[in-house]
Design a binder for this molecule. Structure first.
Ligand SMILES: Nc1ccn([C@@H]2O[C@H](COP(=O)(O)O)[C@@H](O)[C@H]2O)c(=O)n1
Ligand SMILES: C[C@@]1(CO)OP(=O)(O)OP(=O)(O)OC[C@H]1O
Length: 406
């Protein structure tokens, strides 16, 4: 019986000698569970120098692998019924455990090892899939090919002594593996968790599931995309407990104030003139822009809204300068290590024209928040004479902020 076939087209067949010293693969080769056929590209090179590469058309540094030797090598390989051809290139799709599992049901994988300086574009059409092993560049596809051979071989029936070791491991369930311990029970004051020596298998299982989830959330939260994980009550609790690992939070704020006579019209700390001499009514200076930004900041961290910190019932805040209130809110946000990534606001006002004052509003807010003006977006729109803003009964403002944990 012939095993799973790996056919590798490479300029450096000697690189694969390493494989013979990797336990699992050595065993698989010995037991004929896999066949490793190396196709030395040099043998298919052209002329007396066995040339395999040439200068790129259009100029540029380095040499490019020619198509003819690769095609010749490829055509010399006997194709099995269930076969796939992979081209190793940093431009390929990043290898995932599920790819290895998918390929493990085939009879044959043909791997074409690219070279870092590049290969003729026409070589790509030989491949069913282009694969990279990460976002970095190696000198050639040999080491990535060895990774694939290693990862795939250990999935083949009969290669691992204990097939159960495939069940729990990292990336199988798209969660990372739980922490593992072996003897001694205490090493340099580090003790094996009591639960693992309790003998209670149900509790050990549940501890491992929880640790696996926590570890993934902490190190690779990008892997937790499966809605099932997020929905389970246990996962919900763990996500809540691990909120400290969240790097970003967004917040949204809205405020509206009435336009009345005998009040100043202050927006973003700038005193504007309304054609009818109207101003904004409120307990404070009624600066809708500052208010909506404060609510967005507080909302991002689930800290309530400005009314909670500066109650309108408190005389202290009568005619308060909203930029001062904003300085208090940002102190609260920074207390816990959060920093503003950016702010975007839109003012809704029929009149006056806000556009000419935006520069000064940005300056005021950036100084209070101690952030660059470029991180603040302020826009204005009329409400096309619709609704309270359109009838000039009031001016409103909407803001969003993105916070990042530093
Ligand atoms: N109070 C306002 C309202 C609008 N602008 C500027 O005018 C532009 C056109 O307004 P629309 O409502 O028709 O979108 C708008 O893009 C703003 O630049 C303004 O300065 N002050
Ligand atoms: C800013 C505060 C300060 O008392 O009062 P107002 O200026 O009325 O503004 P509003 O957005 O209605 O309420 C929030 C209050 O905290």
């Amino acid at each position: 019986m012939s095993g799973f076939n790996f056919d590798v087209i490479t300029l450096f067949p000697k690189a694969f000698e390493l494989i013979n010293n990797l336990g699992v693969i050595t065993k698989a080769l010995d037991k004929n569970l896999i066949d490793l056929n190396l196709h030395d590209l040099r043998e298919y090179g052209e002329g007396s120098y066995r040339q395999v590469d040439d200068k790129p058309y259009g100029g540029g540094a380095g040499m490019v692998l020619k198509p003819e030797p690769i095609y010749k090598a490829y055509e010399s390989i006997r194709k099995l019924p269930k076969s796939k051809t992979l081209l190793m290139t940093p431009q390929g799709k990043v290898l995932k455990q599920k790819d290895l599992a998918r390929w493990s049901t085939l009879d044959q994988i043909i791997i074409i090892c690219g070279q870092y300086e590049g290969f003729d574009e026409r070589i790509r059409c030989l491949a069913d899939e282009e694969i990279s092993i990460g976002d970095y560049v190696l000198s050639g596809g040999e080491i990535p090919a060895i990774s694939i051979i290693n990862g795939l071989t250990r999935l083949l029936p009969g290669t691992l002594g204990d097939p159960d070791s495939l069940v729990d491991e990292s990336h199988n369930s798209s969660l990372l593996e739980y922490p593992q311990y072996t003897r001694p029970i205490t090493f340099k004051d580090m003790k094996v968790p009591d639960i693992l020596v309790s003998g209670n298998h149900e509790e050990i299982k549940s501890w491992r599931r929880r640790k696996s989830f926590e570890r993934t959330l902490e190190r690779r939260s990008d892997l937790i995309s499966n809605e099932n994980y997020k929905k389970s009550p246990q996962s919900k609790r763990i996500i809540k407990e691990n909120n400290q690992f969240m790097k970003f939070r967004i917040g949204n704020g809205y405020d509206i104030h009435r336009l009345v006579e005998d009040r100043d019209l202050i927006i973003g700390g700038v005193k504007l003139h309304h054609p009818e001499s109207l101003g904004l009514d409120g307990h404070s200076d009624a600066d809708v822009l500052s208010h909506s930004i404060m609510d967005a900041l507080l909302g991002a961290l689930s800290l309530g809204d400005i009314g909670k910190y500066f109650p309108p019932s408190d005389e202290k805040w009568k005619n308060a300068d909203s930029l001062f209130l904003l300085s208090k809110v940002i102190d609260l946000i920074r207390q816990d290590g959060w920093e503003i990534n950016n702010i975007d606001s839109v003012l809704v006002a029929e009149r006056p024209k806000i556009m000419p004052h935006i520069k000064l509003m940005k300056k005021n807010i950036s100084e209070i928040l101690n952030i660059d003006e470029n991180l603040i977006g302020i826009k204005a729109t009329t409400n096309e004479k619709l609704g309270p803003e359109g009838r000039e009964e009031g001016i409103s403002c909407h803001s969003v902020v993105l916070l990042e944990k530093k």
